[in-house]
Write a protein that binds this ligand. Sequence first.
Ligand SMILES: Cc1cc2nc3c(=O)[nH]c(=O)nc-3n(C[C@H](O)[C@H](O)[C@H](O)COP(=O)(O)OP(=O)(O)OC[C@H]3O[C@@H](n4cnc5c(N)ncnc54)[C@H](O)[C@@H]3O)c2cc1C
Length: 520
Amino acid sequence: MTQSDFDADVAIIGYGPTGVSAANFLGSQGLKVVAFERDKDIYQRARAVTVNDWTLRCFQSVGLDQTLLKDMDPHTSYRWKTYTGKVLRTVKVEPSTMGQPPAMAIYQPVMEQTLRDGAARFADQVEVRFGQTVSAVDQDGAGATVATADGQKVRVRYVLACDGGSSATREHLGISLLGDTIETRWVVIDARVKRWWPERHILTFWSDAKRPVVDIALGLGNHRWEFPLGPDESESDFATKEQLWTLLGSMGVTPEDVEIHQHAFYKHHVRKAERWRDGRVFLLGDAAHLMPPWAGQGMQSGIRDAFNLSWKIALVIKGTVVGAEAQRLLDSYQAERAPDVAFMTAVTEQLGRIIKMQMTAKEKALAGASALLARIGIPIPTLPVALPPALVAGWMTGKRSKQAALGKMPPQPMMSTATGKYGRMDDLIGPGFVLLGDNCDPADLLSAEQRAAWDRLGARYVPVRAANQGSETQSDLIDLYGTLISWMRAHRTKAIALRPDRFVAADQPTGLASPCDPNS
Ligand SMILES: Cc1cc2nc3c(=O)[nH]c(=O)nc-3n(C[C@H](O)[C@H](O)[C@H](O)COP(=O)(O)OP(=O)(O)OC[C@H]3O[C@@H](n4cnc5c(N)ncnc54)[C@H](O)[C@@H]3O)c2cc1C
């Protein structure tokens, strides 16, 4: 098939946070995209409440992090507290090494608008058809055809189904959604803040077996409470603002403090699609996996799915990676993302057990130790979800180990170019594959075949020098605080090969060969 047989490279079904992120990532790769969104406007109910350093690093790659951050506020700490005032656990938000703030409160509709504006920068390539419901997806060996309810048809090479938890694409493909839905219904109340109250900024999980409540400051002067409905309560008991005020009133919140502006009911799900790829069609975001909100990882997981898959699809569509290797690369999407989503879901469930006072004996012991530490002024340093991201398997050369850099995401320090231009590492090294050498040219560590394989991927080779050394070439980077060099040395490698998503694809101990080098 020729290029002219296709209307676009990729069709995106659903333009929620996952779909619009994919549009940005694919647009920045130079691909032609058609996105279909059944709604005419952004869904105005705020759902997700937070993003972290990893997610912001994804958006940094498309130049959107600073614009997004303008509408976000920092989280400072989290606590799990009972109504009697006992603190079960506190976590202080620590600075991140990722070159991004560690945890930011968002206001989802505003964030989605910024992402839509971001995708509009690629207007020549990214076309969005609002008010269009996709009704069928058919595929063959050469491509896929996406049809809408009103008879439009678009022929593409690949399809990204970002159509949410009740994904019709997933159903159409006969892919089961495994897992459970927890029957308790929750009411989510969003309000605008009129006056500050003590410790409003501390994200508090009011932990209680009967009425656990989430109490969280959102971005742009908004605040959120989430209440479970009791067994004898229904949505009609909380249909009016007066009824909602009985809930807020029970938390000591008054109309002098906030103005309620919306509420919604929802159930929690712990579910995943049995497979995330069917030939040319991929499931992303809530279409592929659903988790409760306790760790704030649902939306972010969808964004990371889109980031993980976009550069891989671009390599395949551009013909950089072909044949069986192309299939292996595309299959690595689920191989890499599913373990991360499973980890985030497990952490989420654990945090949920604290708020519902359903902790296991081990978790109770941990909570006890945490409370003790908190009492003597030492907060538990971090949540597992805040650890630097790492792949457990996937498209990389060799096997991961705890000590190795392979599969990990290195820190993003401030650096300087050889000519004295300061900036964050990712901005200075630019997009795509980059090999970084600790005080050496990483290209010198490669055999001719290895070099050729990295060249085929368009890799660049960057020597990294310490600040007390002189540069040797124009492409040298200066590690001003020694952060990256220390990280490489701690991981016992003289060089690392970064993928476009900044995970280490190869390191010196595993031979520095590209994952698609036949000799690797
Ligand atoms: C109360 C609550 C709190 C949450 N808190 C957090 C949090 O703190 N952090 C976090 O990361 N996540 C959180 N989440 C989860 C987060 O909101 C979702 O994971 C996220 O919105 C999923 O994004 P998505 O784009 O995959 O799906 P969706 O947001 O569901 O978007 C899917 C889009 O596809 C469109 N669509 C569907 N079918 C079709 C079709 N056939 N044709 C065309 N368009 C179609 C829909 O109109 C929709 O716009 C929370 C969720 C809830 C309910």
